[in-house]
Design a protein around this ligand. Structure first.
Ligand code: HEM
Length: 424
């Protein structure tokens, strides 16, 4: 499909063949990102991976992710932090903060976001403030700014987006500067004995590294850190919320999933990440959720404004039987995976620009969903019928539920397993 946004022609590929052409055969022609106000104002002048062009800087950052920041060893190292954060098991609002805390502990070393203003201190921000900043960032990153597609109108800032981006970037920068200052301070204090404990420590060490092909600046560190805790938590939280929505609507699927968990994990402990490979039905639910509700239905915009309509492919009746039906069984015994090889299912994209956080993202989604299902009985609130549940979506850079899911959770494990949970 060919469209026009202002002066910019846009081609949207909505079939598996078109996806192959855009993401595989001609991927180099489409791999750069467009120059946008969002990249300029909210990502330190395109200094993160998302908005960076396909150049040495981007290659260096991707390599760093692969071999240092998101490698299997690092993910294993932070497994305990992810397990601790999953203690919070109430839905929607808490999913986001739980995921955010998992990522911020990996990236920034400790929790900087706390629940409620009463818990905030000099070096933390409240969940409300941070949530607002993230929602604003998501909105502004996904919005079409008229000045990006009709450049001579840019100076007028007709929609007020550039003003909002500038305000937001000041708020984010204040927060990030505080984080970097704290990390610098510890490095100075520890001197020779300093050991990098988190991703910001590692990135700040690279700022001083004369051997890097492309220097990383302090702004680059901030852009990179910000990208991590923006790209991951919301995508994972939204996927889990959609999965839970389908499950409370379909008690037979919910029952099968909880039976599998009881069989594999039992009822005397919580689920651990190591259990996940033994939970094929749970995996099928996650794939079916990512098929039915891909978080980035158009992936992310490419320089030539070529987009892949993942949502259309995932709901295409010539590709999937009964595509509008939530039916995890379709993936049992199927080799179709989400790793980017099977172009009918690419929730993380495919090819060189594919999501670098997919392994971590999958761990977060599987383990969070497994814990929710294993630790609680779930049902819709009294008086709410499954068919009345709103399934409306809001389209931003990602797609989220318009109405947050409300469900009743009743503990089902021995009481001592909940001690100390949900206090954070
Ligand atoms: C369920 C979880 C997640 C989903 C569904 C998801 C999905 C995606 C998608 C669709 C893209 C765009 C790919 C393209 O344009 O071809 C993307 C890009 C990206 N994702 Fe994820 N993601 C998830 C989790 C994460 C996590 C946990 C991180 C990091 C900690 C992350 C970091 C990134 C980054 C940095 C990019 C930009 C890559 C580039 O342009 O080079 N994502 N993600």
């Amino acid at each position: 499909m060919s469209l026009r946004f202002g002066l910019v022609p846009v081609v949207v590929g909505s079939s598996v063949d078109a996806a192959r052409s855009i993401l595989k055969t001609n991927d180099l022609a489409f791999i750069d990102r467009p120059m946008t106000a969002a990249g300029k104002y909210t990502a330190y002048n395109n200094s993160n991976m998302l908005w960076s062009q396909y150049d040495d800087y981007w290659r260096q950052m991707r390599k760093l992710c692969q071999i240092e920041l998101l490698c299997a060893k690092q993910l294993k190292l932070h497994e305990h932090a992810r397990d601790e954060e999953r203690r919070t098991v109430v839905l929607s609002d808490h999913l986001m903060i739980t995921n955010l805390n998992m990522i911020t502990r990996m990236v920034l070393g400790k929790k900087y976001v706390v629940k409620g203003s009463s818990g905030s201190s000099e070096d933390t921000t409240t969940a409300e403030e941070f949530g607002w900043m993230l929602q604003e960032l998501f909105f502004l990153t996904g919005a079409v700014n008229i000045g990006d597609v009709i450049p001579w109108l840019n100076w007028l800032d007709l929609q007020g987006y550039i003003g909002r981006m500038k305000r937001l970037s000041k708020m984010l920068d204040r927060f990030l500067e505080k984080v970097l200052d704290e990390h610098d301070e510890r490095r100075r204090r520890d001197g020779e004995a300093f050991m990098a404990m988190d991703m910001v420590d590692k990135l700040l060490q690279l700022v001083d590294d004369p051997n890097l092909k492309v220097p990383i600046t302090r702004d680059g560190v901030k852009a990179f850190a910000l990208e991590f805790f923006v790209a991951g938590p919301d995508s994972a939280a939204s996927t889990v919320e959609w999965a839970m929505t389908e499950l409370v609507k379909k008690p037979e699927v919910l029952t099968k999933a909880t039976e599998e968990l009881d069989r594999v994990v039992g009822r005397n402990r919580h689920v651990a990440e190591g259990d996940i490979p033994n939970l094929p039905y749970l995996e099928a639910i996650v794939k079916e959720t990512m098929r039915t509700y891909p978080v980035a239905p158009l992936l992310t915009p490419q320089q030539s404004r070529e987009d892949t309509n993942v949502m259309a492919i995932c709901r295409d009746p010539s590709v999937w039987d009964a595509p509008m039906e939530f039916w995890p069984e379709r993936f049992l015994g199927s080799s179709v995976d989400v790793k980017g090889q099977d172009l009918e299912l690419v929730p993380f994209g495919s090819g060189r620009r594919m999501c670098p956080g997919r392994t971590l993202g999958l761990k977060m989604v599987h383990a969070t969903l497994a814990n929710l299902l294993h630790a609680f009985h779930w049902r819709l609130p009294d008086g709410v019928a499954a068919e009345e549940l709103s399934m409306e979506e809001i389209f931003r850079l990602n797609v989220v539920r318009k109405v947050p899911l409300e469900a009743v959770a009743e503990p089902k494990l021995p009481a001592h397993l909940y001690v100390g949970r949900d206090r954070e």
